[in-house]
Design a protein around this ligand. Structure first.
Ligand code: NAD
Length: 286
């Protein structure tokens, strides 16, 4: 039976440490770190995510400045807000919650965020730094959170065969690069992959980020594999992942639950990225 990779517990440990780190700065008279959170519209899932992120900020001593815009906000108005936040010296990080309403081009918004405030790590400059394996950028939060979770449990990725199912811009693609940077042998699968099972069965570490409920079945997992489930879907009012957890846990050595696995780690990584941005800004004015 697999050991549970407990994202809530690991997050608690990392957030406690971060809170202490932040207190070291504020006790010396520095201002608090701050994250501007922008939500356009009232998508119920986005409202929950934004509230969770803001609560997490508050608990570690990061100020969260909330901008809630109506669903029909024009793209230009949103871009103007982002530009103002770019120029505001009190703002360390800017997070524009995705998805955005259909009339707004998310890529334009992402490219408008100043790279040194892009704590989501989606700006092409930060993606480029990830590919170049440079420490000065921001790594997207879900890939970073997964790497921290693996490290915490002593799961080394070096030399491992890792299959990432899903090649999205937010998770699968940057995660594959991050793992490659850490010397894993990475296979990336997606909707057009011909024989998914062949690739998943080969994996020492199998990571699924598709949003297809229970895509990963027991017979697709190698005995003793580490299984990371990034997917979040709602089925009959219940949150489920990409992995058939109850069956797969009997085969895996380690497995993340949904909820309580990758989700909390993503928020923890956001807090860490915001603190990284804060330190850069504080040091640049000292
Ligand atoms: P996306 O739509 O950008 O990418 C999905 C990827 O899955 C694509 O590459 C697509 O080709 C692939 N895919 C779809 N169906 C497939 C199939 N049947 N077989 C193989 N590949 C398939 O999505 P995303 O933004 O990367 O998000 C993926 C999932 O992760 C969603 O459920 C999302 O809610 C979840 N997510 C979770 C967190 C978290 O913190 N836990 C964070 C971000 C995203």
């Amino acid at each position: 039976m697999a050991t549970i990779l407990d994202g809530r517990e690991v997050s608690r440990i990392y957030r406690e440490r971060l809170k202490e780190e932040i207190e070291k700065y504020t006790s010396k008279g520095f201002r608090k770190p701050s994250l501007a959170v922008v939500l356009v519209g009232d998508d119920p899932a986005s409202v929950v995510y934004v509230n969770n992120k803001r609560k997490a900020c508050q608990k570690v001593g990061i100020e969260s400045i909330f901008h809630h815009l109506s669903e029909d906000t024009e793209e230009e108005k949103l871009l103007q807000l982002v530009k103002e936040l770019n120029e505001d010296p009190k703002v360390d990080g800017i997070l524009v919650q995705l998805p955005l309403p259909k009339h707004i081009n998310p890529q334009r918004v992402i490219e408008t965020i100043r790279p040194d405030k892009d704590v989501d790590g989606f700006h092409p400059e930060n993606m480029g730094k990830l590919i170049a394996n440079l420490d000065s950028g921001f790594i997207p939060c879900t890939p970073l959170g997964i790497k921290i979770l693996l490290d915490h449990y002593g799961i080394d990725v070096k030399g491992k065969d890792i299959t990432v199912v899903g090649a999205g811009y937010i998770v699968g693609k940057p995660l594959s690069v991050l793992l490659l940077n850490n010397n894993a042998t990475v296979t990336v699968c997606h909707i057009y992959t011909r024989d998914l099972k062949k690739h998943t069965l080969n994996a020492d570490i199998l990571i699924s980020a598709t949003g297809v409920p229970h895509l990963i079945k027991e017979d697709m997992v190698k005995d003793g594999a580490v299984v990371i489930d990034v997917g979040i879907s709602k089925v009959n009012g219940k949150i489920v992942g990409d992995v058939d957890f109850e069956r797969v846990k009997t085969k895996a050595s380690y497995i993340t639950p949904v909820p309580g696995g990758v989700g909390p780690m993503t928020i923890t990584a956001l807090l860490l990225n915001t603190f990284k941005a804060y330190k850069l800004h504080i040091e640049s004015v000292c």
